[in-house]
Design a binder for this molecule. Sequence first.
Ligand SMILES: *Cc1c(COP(=O)(O)O)cnc(C)c1O
Length: 371
Amino acid sequence: MVPFVDLKAQYQSIKPEFDAAVMKTLENCAFVLGPEVAAFEQRFAAYCDNEFGVGVNCGTNALFLSLLAAGIGEGDEVITVPHTFIATASAIHYTGAKVVFCDIDPVTFTMDPDALEAAITPRTKAILPVHLYGQMADMDPIMAIAKKHGLIVIEDAAQSHGAEYRGRRAGSIGDLAGFSFYPGKNLGAAGEAGIAVTANADWNRKLRMLRDWGAEEKYHHEIIGYNMRMEGLQGAVLDVKMNHLEKWTGGRRAAAARYNALFAGSGVQVPVELDDRRHVYHVYAIRTPDRQRWIDELKDAGVATGIHYPFPLHRLKAFDFLGYREGEFPHAEKAAAEVLSLPMFAEITLEQQEIVADAVLRLQSETEITA
Ligand SMILES: *Cc1c(COP(=O)(O)O)cnc(C)c1O
């Protein structure tokens, strides 16, 4: 079976370093925050070409606390896209603000700036573009619209560690950004973790208080905060993995290029990497209108697949109360019906990719015959 991701292959490749970092934390007993987390925060913020990094307990809370730090709450509206993981919209909802959706660009699967502008109302306070699959949203027009209307921009960079837009890193363009270190992400912890990054010293301070019971100094609680601190073990593991992130990103990009070459001229709808972006291929998603059959046949051929994501958020029962209807976001709805994620990880071999490609090419040629 060609696995969808292979976390064991990555662990085996760095086992001595990884185990030493874990043992060090067990020995110094810095289990929550501590020196390893502080070192990682600085290093990751620098990797994003940004000033401050605030380590938290998951990517969702990196977004949630970023929204809170920027003053978003009840009575406000925050615009995001329906073609994303539910965490994006949940983080907005937790603040008490209203989730407002706008459609995506059908080529990049990211926020369509024209649709964004059309969704702005007098209550809009922030924009939450998602750098989906590892490719950044069209940030220049999004930032220009934000500036024109006085809105805050928070990047959902959970899938795009090291991605670039016109030479600028994910996490360095918006006012704030949230990253996830869920184990399957491009940079993954040994459990749950996330980080918020910003260049704003006030928001940095606010984020640090919010994640740690509202206090900068122990027991001096200035606001009511949360227990959302990054664990020491995660900081230690992530710091070790930072040594390898660029190499792993290179592995993902090389794997994507090999898939593209294997599918060239076949009619398979491969992902589009725009000239002005560096895609980091968290997900390699192709499209097919005959998806369920493809999934079943690929499984029979020994190929695991994924769907990111099968339902646009406005069609989920959880968001019924927002009152959206089918047909309101046609590009997001079509993408949700057609996207199919192929095995993608830094260590994937050419042999594994050929097994995937053979099966996909066979399905594609059948599709062309019946079309
Ligand atoms: C993974 C993910 C999140 C949430 O991160 P967690 O660490 O799982 O809380 C948010 N947005 C997107 C787009 C994601 O892929």
